[in-house]
Design a protein around this ligand. Structure first.
Ligand code: URA
Length: 222
């Protein structure tokens, strides 16, 4: 694990005490599946609220019991995509559609070849043509940003559809410097929202200290 230079301006680390408390719970090897899921959902809320700060606002007349005025709200004419990378990324979806009910969920299926650590695609629920790509805002979710290879493939897919990089954000609970560096090499301006930048990867590609295999721990398949 060597010293890796990353542009911290594009990585938002959410150091909120509630997030840190839940991260502690997630990491602990003695935490059971149910409590890992609960903690992950609580962290998701904070990360997603931060991610949503790029959504464009419009004024909309609202009548309260007291008065009518122009209130700010998310532009109803944009399209929001939550894109979980299967399978661990699924843990974000329930919270995400509660927070942004107008969003659609576009699953991306990739697993990691344990030898090469490269992603292998097995499912792509992203349409071939995106109309009005500048009107689309994408949040790609994966709890663990390790090598960054799967995340890079997912970003490539959305960029190939004409969606501006400034409209795409990566949401990861735990990140490795190697993954952040890898993504920034190709997309220096993309914003990554995370709860932690850990020490680095071990020789098996696991994040240290990390939380082990997030998919196995979330879905009880250890
Ligand atoms: N994926 C995981 O689930 N955990 C890691 O540490 C790295 C990749």
């Amino acid at each position: 694990m060597s010293q890796i230079m990353i542009n911290k301006n594009k990585v938002k680390v959410i150091l909120n005490p509630v997030v840190l408390q839940n991260l502690c719970v997630m990491r602990d090897k003695n935490t059971d599946t149910q409590n890992i899921r609960i903690a992950a959902r609580k962290i998701t809320r904070c990360l997603l609220y931060e991610a949503a700060t790029n959504l464009p606002l419009v004024k909309q007349p609202v009548t309260t019991p007291i008065a009518t005025f122009d209130a700010l709200t998310i532009n109803p004419d944009i399209n929001i995509i939550i894109s979980p990378i299967l399978r661990a990324g699924l843990i974000f979806t329930d919270e995400a559609i509660d927070i942004l009910p107008q969003a659609c969920i576009r699953h991306i299926g990739m697993y990691r070849d344990e030898q090469t650590l490269k992603p292998i695609w097995y499912y792509n629920k992203v349409p071939m043509n995106a109309e009005n790509p500048t009107n689309i805002y994408v949040y790609i979710t994966d709890p663990m940003l390790a090598t960054g290879n799967s995340m890079l493939d997912a970003i490539d897919l959305y960029v190939s559809k004409g969606i501006p990089v400034s409209n795409i954000k990566c949401i990861c609970i735990i990140s490795a410097p190697e993954g952040l560096y890898n993504i920034q090499q190709k997309y220096p301006d993309i914003e990554i929202i995370t709860a932690s930048i850990d020490k680095g990867l071990n020789d098996k590609g696991y994040i240290v200290p990390g939380m082990g295999d997030a998919g196995d721990r979330i879905f009880n398949t250890l």
